[in-house]
Design a protein around this ligand. Structure first.
Ligand SMILES: NC(=O)c1ccc[n+]([C@@H]2O[C@H](COP(=O)([O-])OP(=O)(O)OC[C@H]3O[C@@H](n4cnc5c(N)ncnc54)[C@H](O)[C@@H]3O)[C@@H](O)[C@H]2O)c1
Length: 418
């Protein structure tokens, strides 16, 4: 439930930088709570998106910008910046926002190098502003309950955690084979791009410090040498498209899934846009003939300073789309699939279950995206006892583990963390 009791004198003024898929979710909170936040400026190079958001929030034209450099060169005063630019462009706008004295809600990954992460943290301390990273799992009631069960002490101490992120075929083909996050060049390794959420969640559960990490993984399947006979460079020209589990025609045209990011220009229909995309766009390409290089399978093992072991599996070849967490403890075991939790107490043989599946029909990651914004605003406005979770300082460790694990995957060597 969103806390509607929090009140304040005037709404926090916000600039939205990068108004794509993620920002639209965070701005829903602003739309629902005009008394708490007000959008006063928009930065977005895509004209259709910029205009749509400006119109919806009644942002005047002279408060709309193509680039964040232009916005930060203006004298428009805002208290907070929401930054949801593509994942290789977070550091610069974040530093500029802090320089302007803004609090920052920053999409993950916070930055791509340890030096940049440290610089953000240092700057945030210097100017005394919040930088909250959008590691949204920690704002979801089911994941919060898992944390509470561990923290209760009833089940003893953690010996091991086995956690699986099922990225799933559709998401993989859309985002990491055909889409913008398909390449490490200029972007990020899969771990940082996708599993930083999981590493953040696991560190939060464990509270121990990770002392070493090892990882294996590769791009095993979505490679040109695996293209079946009869396939073509585009699904619309492919003889075996109807039998292919990765067909773009099936995903976008017939099932109408993963289409929310296809903008529809004025005078065009969704069908026009999909036809064009399938014929000419990146999302119409055969999965064996994309310029992708990110892994399609990866395992990470973390050794913690209390001796416990945490293992993360990133799985693609599944129709599941979600996370399972299996926690083995000295006095019991806790299992969660993100919808249900089962906690078993060894001595009493008591088994408790908790149900969250109804949240799955809630948009915005079961409401977690909205809670994240709320908590950020609470912290910015000095309201409530709770500070923003998922701070830049916690994110530094998460990012370090992701980067070191990927180094281990490449080198085949275990990496020690200091
Ligand atoms: N927290 C989560 O659960 C979650 C989920 C998905 C994506 N993400 C992250 O959110 C970020 C954005 O992803 P998305 O899915 O919204 O992508 P998107 O492509 O839908 O949106 C990004 C927007 O930024 C705009 N943009 C590009 N360059 C810009 C610039 N210089 N200044 C301002 N705007 C610019 C693009 O035109 C686009 O509209 C990425 O870092 C991604 O990894 C987070």
């Amino acid at each position: 439930m969103i806390d509607k009791t929090a009140t304040s004198v005037k709404p926090t003024s916000i600039v939205a930088i990068g108004v794509g898929n993620r920002m639209r979710k965070y701005l829903t909170y602003v739309e629902q709570h005009p008394e708490r936040a007000r959008l006063v400026a928009v930065v977005e190079p895509d004209e259709i998106r910029r205009k749509a958001v400006a119109e919806k929030f009644e942002v005047p034209e002279d408060h709309c910008f193509n680039t964040y450099d232009d916005f930060f060169a203006s004298d428009i005063d805002v208290e907070a910046a929401f930054i949801c630019t593509p994942e290789n462009d977070h550091y610069r706008p974040c530093m500029q926002a802090l320089d302007r004295g803004c609090h920052v809600l920053l999409e993950k990954p916070a930055a791509q190098t340890p030096e940049h992460l440290d610089a953000i943290s240092k700057k945030a301390r210097e100017v005394g502003k919040e930088v909250c990273i959008c590691h949204v799992l920690r704002y979801h009631p089911c994941f919060i309950k898992v944390k509470e069960l561990i923290a209760s002490g009833k089940y003893g101490r953690i010996i091991s955690i086995t956690h699986t992120e099922d990225v799933g075929l559709d998401r993989m083909c859309h985002s990491y084979v055909r889409g913008t996050m398909n390449s490490e060049k200029g972007n990020n390794p899969m771990l940082l791009a996708k599993c930083c959420h999981d590493i953040d969640f696991l560190l939060w559960l464990s509270e121990a410090k990770c002392v070493s990490v090892s990882s294996y993984g590769s791009l095993l399947w979505f490679r040109s040498e695996n293209a079946p006979e009869g396939s073509a460079s585009r699904c619309v020209h492919c003889d075996i498209e109807e039998k292919c589990p990765y067909s773009a025609v099936d995903l976008y045209w017939w099932r109408r899934e993963w289409i929310s990011n296809f903008d529809i220009p004025e005078g065009k229909t969704l069908d026009d846009v999909l036809r064009k995309e399938l014929k000419e766009g990146n999302f119409g390409r055969c999965v064996y003939h994309c310029d992708n290089d990110v892994v399609d399978n990866q395992v990470v093992t973390m050794r913690m300073d209390d001796g416990s072991l945490i293992t993360l599996h990133m799985d693609i070849f599944t129709q599941r789309d979600g996370r399972t967490t299996d926690i083995k403890m000295t006095g019991g075991e806790i299992f969660s699939d993100g919808k249900h939790i089962r906690a078993t107490h060894f001595a009493s043989r008591e088994c408790s279950t908790f149900e969250y599946s109804s949240l799955n029909s809630n948009p915005f990651h079961g409401g977690a995206d909205l809670r994240l914004v709320e908590q950020f605003l609470n912290a910015v406005r000095g309201e409530g006892k709770v500070k923003a979770s998922t701070t830049i300082d916690e994110a530094i460790r998460v990012h370090q583990i992701c980067l070191e694990a990927d180094e281990s995957r490449r080198s085949g060597e275990m990496r020690k963390l200091n």
